[in-house]
Ligand binder design. Structure first.
Ligand code: CP
Length: 319
């Protein structure tokens, strides 16, 4: 697996990750995913290490895959949710973290609804911290699994790198940490990112902040796209009505076969999940095994989270 550069204690976001660091995770993930295809899906790599997953927001994919990632590498894994923690009894987040720190974990994985929460928490932790999503700010392991999935499909697009690849990120990028993290990651890797959506659902100054081009028409923005990444409407982060109705939203912004035909021939469809059928994506596209790689993203999520835990625990050129 080589010993590429990896001196990072925490994984908080894609904003300051170098191309070499990103590549080192992708290489480790590509190698580790073989474990997930074995009959006995377990290796002793992280035996004796302790991982705590602390989720203050709902999750299916991220939480399950971090748990499995740790267990498949033989770490001791503890899962905690906000609902069952003493935060509900008035304990502060920092006191909760100090309590967990006293048990000497190696990695703490945290999802929190406040943007920037993990950056603050990392200052109070001796263990490594992984940001599993902070508000609308960043979701770095999602970006890494997206990159791995795109990388797997580069040969089908007759490409050998991310350079010049056009990725259309469609829908509610304003409230999406996934959109921010993949835009920052692809900028580092040399790809072109477009944000497509209604003006009210695009982050202000997106061009400057994320190096993206902005389009307010699916048909226009999809022209020349190699990858079409659909986003869920993040209704839980909207405090006013951003769309007139779901039916109207789908009519203008939903991904149908006809709209997908505006992208490059062979363009494939991604979605971080959970998908909302008939809102941002039609079932005919989501379930099209020739074009949709949504479940490959989930499988790659497990491999990427194994790679992240592996690197943060000091394996393969780590601290
Ligand atoms: N993509 C993603 O973060 O999904 P979950 O909310 O299910 O973890």
């Amino acid at each position: 697996m080589g010993t590429p550069l990896w001196n990072r204690k925490h994984l908080l976001g894609m904003a300051d990750m170098s191309r070499e660091e990103i590549q080192s995770i992708l290489d480790a993930a590509a190698s580790l995913r073989e474990v997930n295809r074995r009959e006995i899906k377990k290796v002793p790599t992280l035996r004796g290490k302790t991982i705590i997953n602390l989720f203050f927001e709902n999750s299916t994919r991220t939480r399950t895959s971090f748990e499995l990632a740790g267990k498949r590498m033989s770490a001791d894994v503890i899962n905690m949710s906000a609902a069952s923690s003493s935060v509900k009894k008035g304990e502060t987040l920092i006191d909760t973290l100090a309590t967990l720190q006293a048990m000497n974990p190696d990695v703490v994985v945290i999802r929190h609804p406040d943007s920037g929460a993990q950056e603050l928490l990392a200052r109070h932790l001796d263990a490594s911290l992984v940001n599993a999503g902070d508000g609308r700010h960043e979701h770095p392991t999602q970006a890494l699994l997206d990159l791995l999935t795109i990388h797997d499909h580069l040969p089908l697009l007759e490409r050998d790198s991310f350079e010049g690849l056009v990725v259309a990120v469609c829908g509610d990028s304003l409230h999406s940490r996934v959109a921010r993290s993949i835009a920052l990651a692809l900028r580092t890797m040399g790809g072109e990112v477009r944000f497509i959506g209604p003006p009210g659902l695009i982050p202000p100054k997106a061009e400057e902040a994320f190096g993206t081009r902005v389009f307010h028409s699916m048909e226009e923005g999809l022209k020349g796209a190699h990858v079409v990444m659909m986003l869920r409407l993040q209704l839980e982060r909207m405090n006013v009505g951003f769309i007139p109705s779901v039916r109207e939203y789908f009519a203008f912004w939903g991904l149908t076969r006809a709209r997908l035909a505006c992208a490059e021939p062979g363009a494939f469809v991604m979605h971080p999940g959970p998908i909302n059928r008939g809102v941002e994506i039609s079932s005919e596209v989501a379930d099209d095994k020739e074009r949709s790689v949504i479940l490959e993203q989930v499988a790659n999520g497990l491999a990427v989270r194994m790679a992240v835990l592996y690197r943060l625990c000091g394996m393969g050129g780590g601290r």
